[in-house]
Design a protein around this ligand. Structure first.
Ligand SMILES: [Zn+2]
Length: 59
């Protein structure tokens, strides 16, 4: 995903904006990293350029 996308992404649970912890960038694309929601204290992983914004599973 492009880094500029972070601005329009929001936490699926609380709709807060996410902070990006980038681990790997290649050709202006974030290949892997973490999107962190400060409200939920939950990390959403970016893997192979795809952000996984599924809500955390609750049982
Ligand atoms: Zn949240």
């Amino acid at each position: 995903m492009r880094e500029s996308l972070v601005k329009i992404l929001a936490c699926p649970v609380c709709k807060s904006s996410l902070s990006l912890v980038t681990k790997e960038i290649e050709d202006d694309e974030i290949v892997s990293g973490v999107l962190h929601c400060p409200s939920c204290d939950h990390d959403y992983l970016i893997e192979n350029t795809i952000p996984n914004l599924l809500p955390p599973e609750k049982e």
